[in-house]
Design a protein around this ligand. Sequence first.
Ligand code: 5GP
Ligand code: ZN
Length: 135
Amino acid sequence: MSPCLFCSIVDGEVPSRMVYEDESSIGFLDISPFHRGHTLVIPRRHVVDGTVDPSVWTEVAPGIVAISDLVKSRLGATGVNILSNAGADSGQAVFHFHVHIIPRYADNPGMGALSHRDPGAAEDLDGLHALLTSG
Ligand code: 5GP
Ligand code: ZN
């Protein structure tokens, strides 16, 4: 197994609730979501973070747009926070580049509500996955 958790997810050695894939990237539900539908988009190739290679942003861009559309249409999100941590002191914990797509809802808006995980956002991730991938 790869020493990198997200490479292992790309390789299918570690399971994930995948909601998007293309030739250069995959998107899957975050296991500990800040808000309902929190998804990560990662390049298939191993890149440590988004500051080392500008082309990696191009590789994840279609997934970012597609997943943003998905959480708006299927979950009723009215906005998304799109962010990527680079370096341990930024809060990065997994050192394979990833972009967080955090759906936001009208009843809990703003940056203040981004700093704590919603209670209940991690409930029924399997049901949420089915809702995002059906049809
Ligand atoms: P970071 O802090 O590195 O920007 O974000 C890492 C994210 O990966 C966190 O939001 C965390 O919940 C998520 N995460 C960590 N381990 C796993 C895992 O095994 N599966 C999934 N789906 N997400 C994970
Ligand atoms: Zn990796």
